[in-house]
Design a protein around this ligand. Structure first.
Ligand code: NCD
Length: 313
C-alpha cells in the first residue's frame, strides 16, 4: 500500500486498521524520522493547514509530541486549553467542537477521559480527528510509536513475544497494543494483579498471566505500565511497596526475558513502583527512544490524514 491509497480522514483506533495501513504509517514515519536530525527541523508538507489540539486530560509526552510534529510539518496549530474555556460555563463538548470547526481547522487532535468521544466528533465534524487517548479504550499513536521502536530494534514485528505488565484494566495503551501487535503477527502476553485484569483479553488475542515471571520468560519485549490510580474508584492493590515486591520489573527479574530483550514504558513512569530505576535507565531500556519515535509517527499520521497527498497528485 502506498500513501495515495490511504482513505481515512480520522485515526480513531488500531482496531479498525488493516495490517497494510499500519505498515504504511510505520514506513511513512521512517521517512520523517530524519527530520529530527537536520539542523533546520522543518518540512513544508502541511503548510497552510491548521491543527487544533484539544486535550481534556493531563498529558506531557503526547501533547508536546503532537505539537512538535505539527510545527515540524509547518502546520499552524492551536492548543485549546479546556480550563478557562467556555466548557467551564456549561457549553457542551459538541458545541465547543462545532464552534472550533467553524474556524475551519483541517485536523483536530483530541484526548478525553470518556471512551468514544473522538468517534462522536468524527461523526459530527468535517475535520479529520486523531484520537490521542479516550478513557481506557484506545491510544492509537502510542501503539504505533511502540511498534516503530520495536521494529527498529528487532527488524520485524512478526514472531516476536511481547509481554505487557501492569494495570491492564485501565490502560488504553495495552488495548491499542494488543490490536496492533496481534495484527502484525506478534504473540502478546499480558500480566497483572488479578484485580487489574479485565475479562475478554483472550478474545482480543492475548495470553493472560497473573504472575510476572512466567509472562516475561523468553520475551523479546517487556513493556511496563503505570498503575492508573486516577481511574480507580476502589482500591485494587495493597500498597506501592507491596506492588513493587510482586510486579515491578527489577534487574533480577529481567533475566528471565531474552538476553537481547528491550524494556519499554509509555510514561509517565513511577520509579520504584512498576519499574526499578536501574532498569528504567539501564542498557536494555528504550524508553526515551519511544518518545523520539512519537514525533515521527505523529508526523506520519498527520500527513496521511491531512489529504495533502490528493492535492499533490
Ligand atoms: C499513557 C496515557 O496517557 O495513556 N501515557 C502516554 O500517553 N504516553 C499512559 C499513562 O497515563 O499511564
Amino acid at each position: 500500500m502506498n500513501a495515495r491509497a490511504w482513505q481515512r480522514k480520522d485515526l480513531l483506533g488500531i482496531a479498525e486498521l488493516s495490517p497494510a495501513e499500519i505498515q504504511l504509517i510505520l514506513d511513512t514515519a521512517e521517512s520523517f524520522r530524519e527530520v529530527a536530525e537536520r539542523p533546520i527541523k522543518k518540512v513544508p508538507t502541511l503548510r497552510g493547514k491548521t491543527v487544533i489540539n484539544l486535550f481534556f486530560e493531563a498529558s506531557t509526552r503526547t501533547r508536546s509530541s503532537f505539537e512538535i510534529a505539527e510545527k515540524r510539518l509547518s502546520a499552524d496549530n492551536l492548543n485549546f486549553s479546556t480550563s478557562g474555556s467556555a466548557l467551564e460555563k456549561g457549553e457542551t463538548l459538541i458545541d465547543t467542537a462545532l464552534n472550533l470547526e467553524a474556524m475551519s481547522p483541517d485536523l483536530v487532535v483530541i484526548r478525553h477521559r470518556y471512551p468514544g468521544v473522538p468517534h462522536l466528533l468524527a461523526g459530527r465534524l468535517r475535520s479529520g480527528i486523531v484520537n490521542a487517548g479516550d478513557g481506557a479504550h484506545e491510544h492509537p499513536t502510542q501503539a504505533l510509536l511502540d511498534a516503530f521502536t520495536i521494529r527498529r530494534h528487532k527488524g520485524r514485528l512478526d514472531g516476536l513475544t511481547v509481554a505487557i505488565v501492569g494495570d491492564i484494566e485501565h490502560s488504553r495503551v495495552v488495548r491499542s497494543n494488543i490490536h496492533l501487535l496481534t495484527k502484525m503477527g506478534s504473540r502478546v502476553r499480558v500480566a497483572g494483579l488479578r484485580t487489574m485484569l479485565p475479562a475478554g483479553l483472550e478474545a482480543l488475542g492475548a495470553e493472560v498471566f497473573t504472575d510476572l515471571e512466567p509472562a516475561i520468560a523468553g520475551a523479546d519485549v517487556v513493556m511496563m505500565l503505570r498503575i492508573q490510580t486516577e481511574r480507580m474508584n476502589r482500591k485494587l492493590f495493597p500498597s506501592a511497596r507491596e506492588y513493587f515486591r510482586l510486579f515491578a520489573l527489577t534487574r533480577e527479574r529481567l533475566r528471565a526475558a531474552r538476553e537481547d530483550a528491550i524494556v519499554m514504558h509509555p510514561g509517565p513512569m513511577n520509579r520504584g513502583v512498576e519499574i526499578a530505576s536501574d532498569v528504567a535507565d539501564g542498557p536494555q531500556s528504550v524508553i526515551l527512544e519511544q518518545v523520539a519515535a512519537g514525533v515521527a509517527v505523529r508526523m506520519a499520521v498527520l500527513y496521511l490524514l491531512s489529504g495533502v497527498r490528493e492535492e499533490e497528485a
